[in-house]
Write a protein that binds this ligand. Structure first.
Ligand code: C2O
Ligand code: CU
Length: 471
């Protein structure tokens, strides 16, 4: 039997097993139809080239800021494809360090996940790698290095991958807002001290300048009557945003890529590093000449993020269509009462390269070894059965914030601190505050060895990473 045939036969067995299990497990029946096991290929191939290199961009008052960037831009180029398109990205590393690209939130084949030492060797300076995958899910995703990410992402390496619906609703416009912060030294350049003791002891590196799409005063000019899709993404190393949309008529329609079960009020959403929030915004016909301000309220001092300025021109007709937030999201009532299949305890201790190590179940992930491709140094992966329901628990034994991100699957929050919650949406990243316990349910469909880690990049860099093995 050929290798592909063997794989196909195994896949059929897995489907059969899942079908049998589905009869037994009502949680799987509730899951059916939530998101697909396989892509529906459009037959279209979208080829991109991407080059990471040091460059200079204007920031703030227009002074040149030395950054590392994809294609000379921060944020990097916005890659836009349709769900089911074949995406091919020919990448060149012209950085002074090895790197990789991870496609955050995208269910890619394991070998395309960009985790050095786990799914591919590091891409050395001057090296190239071709990433190729077919997105199975439409939504807002992003890409970033997965090697020394606390330095590489902070220096400007990130970009958005928009996967459009097969038939996108007729929005007046579709806009991406990339939220970030920068820690600038007195000379106006990126503070070159990464993974400091302070960053490690606290919630990572928080900057002294907040930007949206690289600007401190991002302004979107629209016409009255327009209906926008606004895609928000937090690429900061550690900062959490709680965007307040004020008087704007805005509904959350998607979280971490996938559509929600229904449109939701945006109040109270905390956007941790890695999180995305898609909004359906209607500018009333009566709003001519008005300015709507979006402000971050996560910290005590509100931070202006961006404004939407409505032109004085005559209003346009508002596109009329039903909200696409109608996804099938299981409730999984009482799911948190089942025994967890795995628990991830989050804590810190003295030691390691930086003096402090962040740990999962008392193990600190060793990046040095990972970069050198030594599999011996990898922690034992937690096995998760493909196509079956699993209950996972995150327990924060520390006082710090930990946005926990899982590669290769979506999960649903079942309970916080023992209290059942029913979030009508999926996530790939969930924020744990001090001493929080968060229970999640998931049905992993994509086989492979995937990372589980904190998206506070300094925490991840100092060890807060582990692996699951979906099989
Ligand atoms: Cu956005 Cu493993 O990361
Ligand atoms: Cu953390």
């Amino acid at each position: 039997m050929s290798w592909t045939r063997a794989v196909r036969a195994l896949a059929l067995v897995a489907v059969a097993v899942a079908a049998v299990a589905g009869r037994a497990d009502p949680r799987l029946r509730e899951f059916a139809g939530a998101y697909p096991a396989e892509a529906t290929p459009t037959g279209v191939v979208r080829s991109f080239t991407l080059r990471a290199a040091p460059t200079e961009i204007p920031l703030l008052d227009g002074r040149p800021l030395r950054v590392w960037a994809y294609d000379g831009r921060v944020p990097g180029p916005e890659l836009r494809v349709r769900v089911g398109d074949r995406v091919r990205v020919a990448f060149t590393n012209d950085l002074p360090q090895p790197t990789t690209i991870h496609w955050h939130g995208v269910r890619v084949p394991n070998a395309m996940d960009g985790v050095p030492g786990v799914t591919q060797p590091p891409i050395e300076p001057g090296g190239t790698f071709v990433y190729e995958f077919t997105p199975k899910d439409a939504g807002t995703f992003w890409f970033h290095p997965h090697l020394r990410s606390s330095e590489q992402i902070e220096r400007g390496l990130f970009g958005v991958l928009v996967v459009e619906d097969a038939v996108p609703p007729p929005w007046s416009r579709d806009v991406v807002w990339v939220l970030d912060d920068w820690l600038l030294a007195p000379d106006g350049q990126i503070d070159p001290h990464f993974n400091t003791r302070h960053d490690l002891m606290m919630d990572g590196r928080w900057g002294n300048v907040v930007t949206v799409n690289g600007h401190t005063a991002e302004r979107l000019v629209v016409r009255a009557g327009e209906r926008l899709r606004l895609r928000l993404l937090n690429v900061a190393n550690g900062r959490v945003f709680a965007p307040d949309f004020g008087a704007l008529d805005a509904a959350v329609i998607a979280v971490d890529g996938l559509y929600a079960a229904r449109p939701l009020p945006p109040a109270g959403f905390e956007m941790a590093p890695g999180n995305r929030l898609d909004l359906d915004v209607t500018i009333p016909a009566s709003a001519r000449g008005q300015v709507f301000r979006v402000v971050d309220r996560f910290t005590r001092q509100p931070i202006p993020l961006a404004e939407i300025a409505v032109a004085d021109d005559a209003p346009v007709a508002t596109p009329q269509f039903a909200s696409p937030a109608t996804a099938r999201v299981p409730v999984w009532e009482d799911g948190a009462r089942t025994p967890p299949r795995a628990e991830f305890r989050l804590n810190a201790r003295q030691g390691g390269r930086f003096g402090i190590q962040w740990t999962i179940n008392d193990v600190a992930f060793d990046h040095e070894e990972m970069e050198h491709g030594s599999h011996a140094a990898l922690p034992a992966a937690t096995p998760l059965p493909a196509g079956a329901w699993s209950h996972l628990r995150f327990t924060n034994e520390s006082y710090r914030l930990h946005p926990m991100h899982v590669h290769g699957l979506f999960f649903k929050v079942l309970a916080r601190n023992g209290e059942p919650v029913d979030e009508p949406f999926w996530r790939d990243t969930v924020l744990l505050h001090a001493h929080d316990t968060v229970d999640v349910g998931t049905v992993p469909l994509d086989r492979g060895t995937w990372m589980v880690h904190c998206h506070v990049l300094e925490h991840a860099e100092s060890g807060m990473m582990t692996l699951i093995d979906v099989r």
